[in-house]
Design a protein around this ligand. Structure first.
Ligand code: GLN
Length: 321
């Protein structure tokens, strides 16, 4: 994306320095040990708009792993392959208000169909639906879709994958429970491994901004002109991001930020702002936002990243409501 130097970029730079110190109010995730190695003071943002123009500030090009943000990609891939109805036979689209890795509702609501694809139980179920005889093959449709959007095949961070794979006790419990109830469409360890691998795909804030822009444009690639995801699927994905995308803070974010957003525990934030036919500078035709700030709060969202997003959305009038 072409970096545009303008007053908007200068403003972004100022906000990055304003919110960077708030990282001390959070902590890098430690339950996946490799994530604890990130620099908690990093904060970067990229805002992509029509035609491949972008505003960038801070550590916008520091690589990190997608983690939960990959759930939006695997959901779009599974729906593109099987159709929405078939995916919805196994996973619902209702918010939970529980932690992303919560197990409680699987038992409470027999037969344990996960509430939505943005919580771990739902995401592992979606990944189990991806075609392929093993985990590596199951990952292909996710990487293929990312390649369509990003124009390169993002790599896997092997050490983060290994770290998650060795410590995924809770995800293993969720997956075995789902299998027992007939929800998983593939062998347990295969779905789990593919899920852990998709979480370890390494990208940057700039990449997230591109994904956001494709979502903002209802699946139409902003400078290739190709439809990379069917329109209807992007609409459902954006609705899920708004209602379930930031875990048990999704309601608060919808109310006080007001943009479809998906976060990950490595500190990434993906937002999509659809065009609204009004003239607000570079954003008149919608935009995609990617943010990276690895110090997260107790829910799992980047502390300085969310503050930066909130300020920007307020000041630049991007709230979709
Ligand atoms: N890989 C992480 C997990 O399954 C992703 C969680 C997240 O980003 N919230 O626990």
């Amino acid at each position: 994306l072409t970096q545009v130097e303008c007053e908007w970029t200068q403003q972004l730079n100022r906000w990055v320095e304003t919110f960077r110190p708030y990282s001390t109010e959070g902590k890098c995730a430690t339950y996946i040990p490799a994530l604890a190695e990130a620099n908690p003071e990093h904060l970067g943002i990229c805002v992509a708009s029509e035609g491949g123009q972008a505003l960038k500030a801070g550590e916008w090009n520091v690589p990190f792993t997608m983690q939960s943000i990959s759930k939006a990609i695997s959901f779009m891939a599974a729906c593109s392959i099987h159709g929405i109805e078939q995916v919805m036979e196994r996973v619902d689209v209702e918010p939970t208000g529980d932690a992303f890795n919560s197990i409680v509702r699987l038992e409470a609501h027999k037969p344990g169909k996960p509430f939505n694809p943005m919580i771990n139980a739902g995401a592992i179920t979606v990944t189990s639906l991806l075609p392929g005889k093993n985990a590596i093959e199951k990952l292909e449709p996710v990487i293929d879709l990312l390649e369509d959007i990003l124009d390169y095949r993002p790599p896997l961070n092997e050490s983060v994958f290994k770290s998650e794979w060795e410590t995924a006790y809770l995800n293993r419990s969720l997956a075995y429970y789902l299998k027992q109830n007939g929800v998983l469409a593939s062998p347990v360890e295969e779905a789990l491994e593919a899920y852990s691998r998709q979480c370890s795909i390494q990208i940057t804030a700039e990449d997230l901004a591109k994904i956001g822009l494709v979502l903002a444009n209802d699946g139409l690639h902003p400078y290739k002109g190709t439809q990379v995801v069917p329109r209807k699927i992007t609409k459902i994905t954006k609705a899920l991001m708004l209602t379930c995308g930031t875990y048990n803070a999704s309601g608060r974010l919808a109310a006080f930020v007001g943009v479809p957003t998906k976060s990950g525990v490595a500190g990434g934030i993906l937002s999509a702002i659809p065009p609204r036919g009004r003239n607000n500078g570079p954003f008149s035709h919608g935009c995609g936002i990617g943010i990276y700030g690895p110090a997260i709060d107790e829910v799992g969202n980047s502390v300085s990243g969310i503050l930066l997003l909130k300020e920007m959305v307020e000041q630049w009038d991007l709230n979709i409501f």
